[in-house]
Ligand binder design. Sequence first.
Ligand SMILES: [Zn+2]
Ligand SMILES: [Zn+2]
Length: 278
Amino acid sequence: MFANERECCLIQEPHLPDYHIHTPFCGHAGGEMEQYVAAAVSSGMPEMGFADHLPLFHIDDPTLAMCHADLPVYVERVLALQEANPGFPIRLGIEADYIVQHLDDVARLLALYPFDYVYGSVHFIGEWGIDQSRFKYEFERRDINDVYRLYFEHVMAAARTGLFDVMTHLDVVKKYGHRPTRDLSELYHEVGATLAKSNVAIELNSSGLRKPVEEIYPGLELLEIMHEHRVPITFGSDSHKPAQVGQDFDLLLRHARAAGYKDFVGFAGRQRIPRPLP
Ligand SMILES: [Zn+2]
Ligand SMILES: [Zn+2]
């Protein structure tokens, strides 16, 4: 199948950092933080980053995000793991929801800790948790093209806040397989221009491959447009189990190349570190 052993190994282990790793603090991930680190180290990736769900303000549900009392503990645990693994960079990231009524609250929390990067997510359109299966019926009640437009308007508004370094799972609205019936390339160009102007990167996220849509976030058309606008990329598995760390990164690398990317970015102290793709 492969021309030689080396090519096979290159394809299986692209040695890209996984910046989207959850922890049991969020209430819906398994394993121990040490197990996520061990999985990352043994995969041969050069570094990793935890990015667990920042506490929410608009909803009180311990299965969606870490509770407020756990945030300092989460930070302490990541810093302790950094100390325990001196040869292996472990970044302190966080995944924060874009909720327009709580931008000040989010900003206040983010300022308290030495995050290396902040991932921004749109999981909610108003009260609607768009990636939660219990609210899937909402897709049937709305015009799908309107849903896409509204969703990406939230993404652009999130980018403009300046709170986030990277927008994660950029087209998570497709999670259950609902597709727009109109050409949205004009909207996607608007998104690309907005992200570029706001200095916000995007993430290639392999978790979509494990979801009903069975596709990487973002899809190729959208990613090509992001590349046209020179929006930088990071890589993430969105692991909620240690076994998912670095999952399908060979496919992410191929996807990035197919869209024209030649490099990606890492982060330290909220500064981008540009790197060539392997
Ligand atoms: Zn999660
Ligand atoms: Zn998410």
